[in-house]
Design a protein around this ligand. Structure first.
Ligand SMILES: Cc1cc2nc3c(=O)[nH]c(=O)nc-3n(C[C@H](O)[C@H](O)[C@H](O)COP(=O)(O)OP(=O)(O)OC[C@H]3O[C@@H](n4cnc5c(N)ncnc54)[C@H](O)[C@@H]3O)c2cc1C
Ligand code: FES
Length: 358
């Protein structure tokens, strides 16, 4: 898994809704292999804004059949990168882009006959759109149902693309638009996506969570938690429910007693990245490994710094560490010793982290 950045130029930018844009990148032949992706994965974009090095994760929204790499970026109030992308980024600009990452993804197989349920809200449609297009085009026997929540019709990202897909795959693609600030003819479709609405959609036969081979949920944290519990209660196998969070819960965490003691005793952290090993003293427990390393001049891979993207994933090969939050590693990974360096502090005097472990 390469966490190197490559320079890509913006091929074009199209306005999706009044507060979102779709950014397409040209991928030169020499970088095609590096940017090969699975539908659902994301890119880390990096640039300098106001003199600051800024990097953020954006899910790929293009389908595998497209030659271009596209991402959809929704402007958030006060947001640094999303405002830059919506207001200043232009065709021809060059952005640093990390190769695709992430496990919220599907393997498309021509012989598969899958039944997918997608649940998305707002900009959460981006990875889901890539999965929908890629599976409908690449798996002729698979079916997809999308439940998509927005405020009103005008704020629906990729509305036309979804309509086109519906026209092309009439018998295999169903969409249910839920709108919170616009009244539709069918009362069931008015409001928010929550447990009660998912239950009613199931009772009406519009979704069948128990029959789904894969359920992919993307949107705000509360929607993910509530929808995942609701579809599980409706018979979905927990192992088939996948989710991608775009935002952290924002709860501040303090270092535990063990982490404070380790820092006081002069803990050292050794990091192994691209086969090279570096050491630094972990003397400030208010920081976590990625920031503590940066303060000592060591650049480790990261993107969201919120425990969501797993770009900073590494394996503890010696010592122990605690994490403040984990929204991306699966139970088998934490059991196998993987941690998120952006969320970790050492709880032992020596901590060795391998960023090359796959
Ligand atoms: C794996 C992953 C994939 C992502 N994919 C996409 C994508 O495809 N499209 C997309 O638009 N975004 C996506 N995001 C979110 C994106 O990375 C940024 O967090 C978002 O664009 C805000 O960045 P910013 O610099 O504009 O805001 P910041 O300057 O970082 O934050 C400004 C304020 O906005 C709040 N905020 C941050 N993100 C959001 C949000 N999504 N909604 C509401 N408030 C927010 C922050 O808490 C803060 O108060 C993804 C995030 C992750 C982790
Ligand atoms: S940088 Fe995203 S999880 Fe650590």
């Amino acid at each position: 898994m390469s966490t190197q950045f490559h320079e890509l130029s913006v091929a074009d930018i199209t306005r999706e809704t009044p507060d979102s844009v779709c950014v397409a990148f040209d991928v030169p032949e020499a970088l095609r292999e590096a940017f090969r992706y699975k539908p659902g994965q994301h890119l880390t974009l990096r640039t300098t804004i106001g003199g600051e090095d800024v990097r953020r994760s954006y899910s790929i929204c293009s389908g595998l059949s497209e030659g271009r790499l596209r991402v959809g970026i929704k402007k958030v109030p006060g947001g640094v990168f999303s405002a830059f992308a919506n207001d200043n980024l232009a065709a021809g600009d060059v952005i640093q882009v990390m190769a695709p990452q992430g496990r919220f993804a599907v393997d498309v197989s021509e012989n598969a006959a899958n039944n997918y349920l997608m649940i998305a809200a707002g900009s959460g449609i981006t990875p889901v759109l890539s999965i929908i297009r890629s599976t409908l085009e690449g798996e002729p026997m698979s079916e997809v149902t999308l439940v998509y929540g927005n405020r009103e019709t005008a704020s629906i990202m990729f509305r036309e693309e979804l309509e086109d897909l519906k026209d092309r795959f009439l018998d295999r693609f169903r969409t249910v638009h839920i709108l919170s600030r616009e009244t539709q003819d069918v009362p069931l479709f008015n409001g928010r996506i929550d447990a009660a609405r998912l239950e009613k959609l199931a009772s009406a036969g519009l979704i069948q969570p128990g029959e789904a081979d894969g359920i992919y949920i993307c949107g705000p944290g509360e929607l993910i938690d509530e929808a995942a519990d609701a579809v599980a209660a409706l018979g979905a196998d927990r192992g088939r429910i996948h989710f991608e969070r775009f935002t952290a819960d924002g709860t501040p965490h303090k270092a535990s007693k063990a982490a404070l003691e380790a820092a006081q005793k002069g803990a050292t952290v050794e990091v192994i990245l691209d086969g090279v090993s570096k050491n630094f003293a972990f003397d400030d427990p208010s920081k976590k490994v990625v920031d503590a390393a940066a303060a000592k001049g060591i650049d480790l891979p990261f993107s969201c710094k919120g425990g969501m993207c797993a770009t900073c994933r590494c394996k503890v090969v010696e010592g122990s560490a605690e994490m403040d939050a984990n929204f991306s590693l699966e139970p088998w990974e934490t059991e196998a010793g993987y941690i998120l360096a952006c969320q970790a502090r050492p709880t032992s005097e020596k901590l060795v982290l391998d960023f090359d472990a796959v």
